[in-house]
Design a protein around this ligand. Structure first.
Ligand SMILES: Cc1cc2nc3c(=O)[nH]c(=O)nc-3n(C[C@H](O)[C@H](O)[C@H](O)COP(=O)(O)OP(=O)(O)OC[C@H]3O[C@@H](n4cnc5c(N)ncnc54)[C@H](O)[C@@H]3O)c2cc1C
Length: 463
């Protein structure tokens, strides 16, 4: 972007923001030029917002001067969403990190967007309450980013995703207007439910500046089992059978053999690396109910030839059982210089076929792909491993990634279950939505953001 325009924007921003809230230093711009993918994009200005009024000021100037704005929470996104690929302003919300209220009587929490998911969970727990959405990145990601991507996690099988907990939002739209939708009530049909539009909007409509979420009573006990399967198909069938037999586990997570091997090399947990698949199952509730569910799940597992290798009968040992799953991402990152983690979701009945497709695509493209994911939701993270410096390999990666996404669509699935579209999955949107549907998406976008300054080039295909 032209230096003079940036200088002018900085001068105007300084009218209401302190110097330490605005930076054009290269080192700081570089620090905000990435997320958890390999996508890069240098912002011209980094602004650290500390209040809703700061955000409103930034969006007023940016709108008047038609400067792109990329909101940023923890920068843990897996779709390139928080990367300022068109330059402009990176609007960092991490300093807005206060929990404003936890109210056990109303059963709600109110938080600023930069609060980490873990901090919100811990604060709720101190009142005996429970905020279930649990992305594996919970120590680093923010509640604002979770709302903007409608994040999920292992617990979402039983408890639902971020969307299911959001009661109210405060949002700032381009021009600087502050809007509030919903609030601290559990039921509300007094208007169009426009907060839903902003959940999963990936920063393309406005900036989320305050979030009210519903909290549940904390379940007293958790138990779990780790099960090895000789055949990955049997693991998939066992999960489907558990769910269709009236058992709703807290979590049902799958790791294929390559994932187990990577985790075991990262930290020796004693995983059954000779097996084709590992299933981690958990259940929660009153202690007696947990024991009953564990016994029922083990009966189903037996019928599908699974071998229970570990049983956790209380919350602490269930947490330990879960530790290898938490290490999947860093463990896989050691396997190759770069990785692309897909996020397809298919109907549960189609999981075995989807896995077969992924394995075939891996063989044909000669690109190693590890498979793990939230199998109970049909949400898999096939992760392609490669070296970006090798352009011939990159062509094969791009083709394999598209083939995986297309296979998911062909099986009645979707491109992204929880990570979002960002910039990385834009290419296949026209295959998933009709031109008329895309036109309507753009029409809605332009109501809130007529000059297309909010995270341009993300979420929506270029018309
Ligand atoms: C190791 C690892 C494990 C992960 N596990 C999971 C998982 O289990 N489940 C899951 O769903 N995801 C997972 N993710 C992906 C990621 O953590 C989530 O998408 C998370 O919700 C992003 O939050 P963030 O604060 O880091 O957002 P960022 O990466 O900063 O931003 C993500 C998107 O939201 C927008 N945004 C951020 N804050 C705001 C705001 N206040 N207002 C408007 N727009 C905003 C950004 O512009 C961007 O488009 C994982 C990522 C990693 C690295």
């Amino acid at each position: 972007m032209k230096d003079r325009r940036i200088d002018e924007a900085v001068t105007r921003l300084r009218d209401r923001l302190r110097p330490d809230q605005i930076s054009v230093r290269l080192a700081e711009r570089l620090a905000y030029s990435y997320d958890a993918t390999w996508v890069e994009g240098l912002p011209d200005i980094v602004v650290h917002a500390e209040s809703t009024a700061d955000v409103a000021w930034v969006l007023r100037i940016a709108d008047e001067m038609e400067i792109p704005v990329t909101p940023r929470g923890g920068g843990t996104g897996l779709a390139g969403g928080a990367v300022p690929t068109t330059g402009g302003i990176c609007l960092n919300l991490a300093r807005m990190n206060r929990i404003l209220e936890i109210n056990p009587i109303d059963g709600i929490a109110i938080a600023q967007p930069g609060v980490t998911t873990y901090s919100l969970q811990k604060a709720a727990e101190s009142y005996g309450l429970f905020y279930p959405p649990d992305p594996a990145s919970l120590y680093m990601c923010t509640i604002g980013g979770n709302v903007a991507t409608n994040a999920g996690g292992p617990c979402c099988l039983k408890y639902g995703v971020t969307r299911d907990y959001v009661l109210g939002l405060e949002i700032v739209i381009p021009g600087g207007k502050i809007l509030r939708w919903g609030g601290r009530v559990m039921k509300d049909v007094s208007s169009y439910d426009l907060k839903q539009l902003f959940i999963g909007s990936e920063g393309t409509l406005g900036v989320i500046t305050e979030i009210t979420v519903r909290l549940l009573p904390k379940p007293p006990s958790i138990g779990g089992i780790a099960v090895a399967f000789e055949k990955i198909e049997s693991a998939c069938e066992a999960v489907t059978s558990i769910l269709s037999n009236g058992i709703l586990p807290l979590m049902a997570e799958l790791m294929d053999q390559k994932t187990m091997q990577a985790v075991e090399a990262f930290h020796p947990y004693g995983l059954p690396i000779e097996a084709e698949a590992l299933l981690l199952l958990a259940t929660d509730g009153k202690e007696e109910a947990v024991q009953t569910d564990l016994a029922r799940m083990i009966r189903v597992i037996d019928a599908f030839g699974g071998q229970v290798i570990r049983v956790a009968e209380d919350t602490e040992s269930a947490n330990q059982l879960w530790e290898p799953r938490r290490q999947v991402s860093p463990a896989i990152a050691r396997l190759a210089p770069h990785k692309l983690s897909e996020d397809i979701t298919v109907p549960r009945s189609q999981i075995p076929r989807m896995i077969q497709h992924i394995q075939r695509i891996s063989r044909e493209s000669n690109i190693p792909i590890v498979i793990y994911g939230h199998i109970g939701d049909g949400n898999l993270h096939p992760t392609l491993l490669f070296n970006r410096q090798n352009s011939e390999e990159m062509r094969r990666v791009a083709k394999a990634a598209l083939q995986i996404l297309q296979a998911a669509l062909d099986l009645g699935g979707t491109l992204s279950g929880e990570h979002g579209i960002g910039i990385l999955k834009l290419d296949l949107l026209p295959a998933a939505f009709s031109p008329a549907a895309i036109e309507k998406l753009w029409a809605i976008k332009l109501i809130f953001d007529p000059k297309n300054i909010m995270n341009p080039g993300k979420k929506l295909p270029i018309l």
